[in-house]
Design a protein around this ligand. Structure first.
Ligand code: ADP
Ligand code: ZN
Length: 598
C-alpha cells in the first residue's frame, strides 16, 4: 500500500481516493506544480493536505476566506494534524504563538490570506522556514475575467519567482478555459493539469418561472419533504432576503438571514445557527464562498444569477456529501431587466461590461432552454454528456412552440408605441395595449387607436410576458434602463418582422416542485431508520459538548452507513467512510453501544 493511501485511510478514514486525487498528490509530493479543477465537493483539500503531510516543512495554504480558516484548522486538528492560521482576526499574542510554533517545526499546514502572505515581513519569515508546498485555494480569484476577481491575488505571481523550487498547487471549482490559462500562467511553472468532470450527478436541476404564489410553493417544498434538512435561498438584494425570510417565517419555516449589511455579530450568529441545526439561510451571495457544510440539501435561487459560473458555484453548495440534493431556480422578466440594469449602471469598463452581459445572456438562455440542464451546463464548461434524467427537462420534457406570429405582433406593438413618443414604453404598458386594455394610461396616450391595440387578445398576459422576455434575452428588443426600462426594437428585429426568421418558446413541462424525497433513506428499514435517528440525536449532543457543528463529528453519509452496516467489530467500524483513527478513538464506544441495542 502506498504511503498516501495509508494516510488517507488511517488519518482521514476514507477507503479510496476519488477521481484523480492520487495522481495530484503524487505529482505535488514529487515536487511538481499542479493545476486542479474540480467541482465543489470534489475533494480538493486532500490534494494539498496529504502532500503537506508527506513532504518536509510547512505547507502554506493561501485562501481568501478568513472566516473559514478557523474551521479548516479545527477540522485538521480534530484529525490529529497540526495546523494553524495567520489572519487579521487574531490578537498579536495569538499570531506570535503561531509564529513560534512555526519555527519549532510543529506546524504541517499554515492557512494565510493573500494580503498577509505578501507582506515583506511574512515573506522574509517564510524564507527562513522549510516550506513543503504552496497551495492557492480559490485560484480563479486571480483572473480579471473570472467572476470573483480579488486584487490581492494578483500579488501572488511573485511567489513562483521568489520560491521557484517549491511545488505549487492551484485549486478552483470554477474556471472556463480562459481563466484556467490565466491561473496556470500567473501562479505556476509548467503545471500538470488535472481537470475533473464538473458534473454533480446528485444535484437535480430545476428552473421554474416565477408565478404569484411562488413563495407558497417554496414554503411547501421546505416544510414538506425537506422539513428536517438545511437549505440556502439566494436573493439578489439585502432587502429581499429580509422580506423573504419574514414571509417564510410566517409560513412556519425556520428561516435565517445573511447579508453584508448585517452587523458582524448577527452575521456570525446566524451563520453558526445554520451550521448547528437544520434550517434555511435566506441570503445574498455574500453568503457562500467557502460554505463547506456538506449536508445542504437544497439551494433555491429567487433571482437570476449573474452567470452560469455563479449559478454553478452557488448550486454546488448543495449535496457536497454526495447524497441527493436539489437546485431550484425561479426566474421572471423582471430579473432580466434588473440584472441588465445593474450591469449597465456599473462603473466597470466597457469591455468588461460586455463580458458580464454575455455571461448573463448565457444564464438566461439556460433557464429558457428545453434541453437537458446538465448537458447545457457541462457544455458551457467544455464538457459533453448524455442527458441525465435528473433535471426538470429530462423528467418532464417541455414542448417548444412556434410563436413567430405572436412575436411579430409584439414587436409591432413595441414599435407603434415607440413611435408615439420617440422613446418607448415599459413592458406593462405595451402588453396592455397588445391585449386591448382600456385603462387610464392607454386612453390618455390615445394608444387604443394604435393599429396594434388589441391584436393580442385571447392570450394571457403571462404568455405575452414570456414571449417578451425571450425577445429581450435574444436581443430583438432592447430595454433602456436609464429611461425607466422603456422598450424599443433593435436592428435584429427586422428579419423576424419580415418573416425571414422563426421564433420558438418553450412551454412548461414541470408542474410541481415537490415530487420526491431528497434524501433517500428508503433503503433503510424501520429499525435502521430508528438507529439512524438515534445516531443523529447522539451526534447533536456530542456536537454541543464539543462546541462544534454536528457534521464535524460525522456527516450524514457516515451515519447512514453505520445504520445500514450496524458494525460490531473495530474493523467493521473502521471500514465506514469517514471513520479514521481519531474519530474511532473518540466515538467508537458510543456507537457500539447504540448498535448493540439493535
Ligand atoms: P472541495 O474543496 O473540492 O469543495 P472538499 O475537499 O471539502 O471539497 O471535500 C468534500 C467532501 O468530500 C469532504 O467532506 C471530504 O472530507 C470528502 N472527501 C474528500 N475526498 C474523499 C475521499 N477520497 N473519500 C471520501 N470522502 C472524501
Ligand atoms: Zn437532464
Amino acid at each position: 500500500m502506498s504511503a498516501s493511501v495509508q494516510i488517507l485511510q488511517k488519518i482521514f478514514g476514507y477507503q479510496a481516493f476519488r477521481g484523480f486525487q492520487a495522481e495530484v498528490i503524487e505529482a505535488v509530493t514529487r515536487g511538481e506544480d499542479a493545476l486542479v479543477l474540480m467541482p465543489t465537493g470534489g475533494g480538493k483539500s486532500l490534494c494539498y493536505q496529504i502532500p503537506a503531510l508527506m513532504r518536509d516543512g510547512v505547507a502554506i495554504v493561501v485562501s481568501p476566506l478568513i472566516a473559514l480558516m478557523k474551521d479548516q484548522v479545527d477540522m485538521l486538528e480534530d484529525l490529529g494534524i497540526s495546523a494553524a492560521y495567520l489572519n487579521s482576526s487574531q490578537t498579536s499574542e495569538e499570531s506570535q504563538s503561531v509564529i513560534e510554533s512555526l519555527f519549532r517545526g510543529d506546524v504541517s499546514l499554515l492557512y494565510v490570506a493573500p494580503e498577509r502572505l505578501m507582506t515583506s515581513r511574512m515573506l522574509a519569515m517564510i524564507e527562513q522556514l522549510p516550506i513543503s508546498l504552496f497551495a492557492f485555494d480559490e485560484a480563479h480569484c486571480i483572473s480579471i475575467w473570472g467572476h470573483d476577481f480579488r486584487p490581492d491575488y494578483g500579488e501572488l505571481t511573485q511567489i513562483k519567482e521568489r520560491f521557484p523550487h517549491i511545488p505549487r498547487i492551484a485549486l478552483t471549482a470554477t474556471a472556463d478555459p480562459q481563466t484556467r490559462e490565466e491561473i496556470a500562467e500567473r501562479l505556476l511553472i509548467n503545471p500538470k493539469r488535472f481537470i475533473a468532470s464538473f458534473d454533480r450527478p446528485n444535484i437535480r436541476y430545476r428552473m421554474v418561472e416565477k408565478t404569484k404564489g411562488y413563495l407558497d410553493e417554496v414554503a411547501d417544498f421546505i416544510t414538506g419533504e425537506h422539513m428536517h434538512e438545511s437549505g440556502i435561498i439566494y436573493c439578489l438584494s439585502r432587502r429581499k432576503t429580509e422580506q423573504v425570510a419574514q414571509e417564510l417565517q410566517n409560513r412556519g419555516v425556520d428561516a435565517l438571514v445573511y447579508h453584508a449589511g448585517l452587523d458582524q455579530w448577527e452575521r456570525e450568529s446566524n451563520q453558526n445557527q445554520f451550521y448547528e441545526r437544520p434550517c434555511v439561510m435566506v441570503a445574498t451571495i455574500a453568503f457562500g464562498m467557502g460554505i463547506d457544510k456538506p449536508d445542504v440539501r437544497y439551494v433555491i435561487h429567487l433571482d437570476m444569477p449573474k452567470s452560469i459560473e455563479n449559478y454553478f458555484q452557488e448550486t454546488g453548495r448543495a449535496g457536497r456529501d454526495g447524497l441527493p440534493a436539489e437546485a431550484v431556480l425561479y426566474y421572471g422578466l423582471e430579473d432580466v431587466v434588473q440584472q441588465r440594469r445593474l450591469i449597465d449602471m456599473s462603473e466597470a469598463e466597457d469591455d468588461y461590461r460586455l463580458v458580464m452581459m454575455a455571461k448573463l445572456d448565457a444564464m438566461l438562455a439556460l433557464a429558457e432552454d428545453s434541453g437537458c440542464r446538465r448537458e447545457r451546463l457541462l457544455d458551457y464548461f467544455g464538457e459533453s454528456t448524455k442527458h441525465c434524467d435528473n433535471c426538470d427537462n429530462c423528467e418532464n420534457p417541455p414542448m417548444t412552440k412556434d410563436v413567430t406570429i405572436e412575436a411579430q405582433k409584439l414587436l409591432s406593438c413595441v414599435h407603434r408605441c415607440y413611435q408615439t413618443n420617440g422613446l418607448g414604453f415599459g413592458a406593462g404598458h405595451v402588453i396592455d395595449v397588445l391585449m386591448g386594455e382600456r385603462n387610464e394610461k392607454v386612453l390618455a396616450r390615445g394608444h387604443d387607436r394604435l393599429s396594434t391595440w388589441g391584436i393580442g387578445q385571447g392570450l394571457s398576459a403571462k404568455f405575452w410576458r414570456k414571449v417578451l422576455r425571450q425577445l429581450i434575452i435574444k436581443h430583438y428588443i432592447q430595454v433602456r434602463y436609464e429611461l425607466r426600462n422603456v422598450l424599443s426594437l433593435t436592428g435584429k428585429a427586422r428579419a423576424l418582422l419580415r418573416g425571414e426568421e422563426s421564433f420558438f418558446v418553450r412551454v412548461e413541462g414541470m408542474k410541481k416542485l415537490s415530487t420526491r424525497k431528497a434524501l433517500e433513506h428508503d433503503d433503510l428499514n424501520e429499525d435502521e431508520t430508528r438507529l439512524f435517528n438515534e445516531l443523529r440525536a447522539w451526534r447533536r449532543e456530542a456536537a454541543q459538548e464539543a462546541g462544534k457543528p454536528p457534521y464535524l463529528i460525522f456527516p450524514d453519509a457516515t451515519l447512514l452507513q453505520i445504520a445500514k452496516l450496524k458494525p460490531k467489530t473495530p474493523e467493521a467500524l473502521m471500514s465506514v467512510s469517514g471513520v479514521g483513527e481519531k474519530k474511532f478513538e473518540r466515538y467508537a464506544d458510543a456507537i457500539f453501544s447504540m448498535v448493540a441495542e439493535y
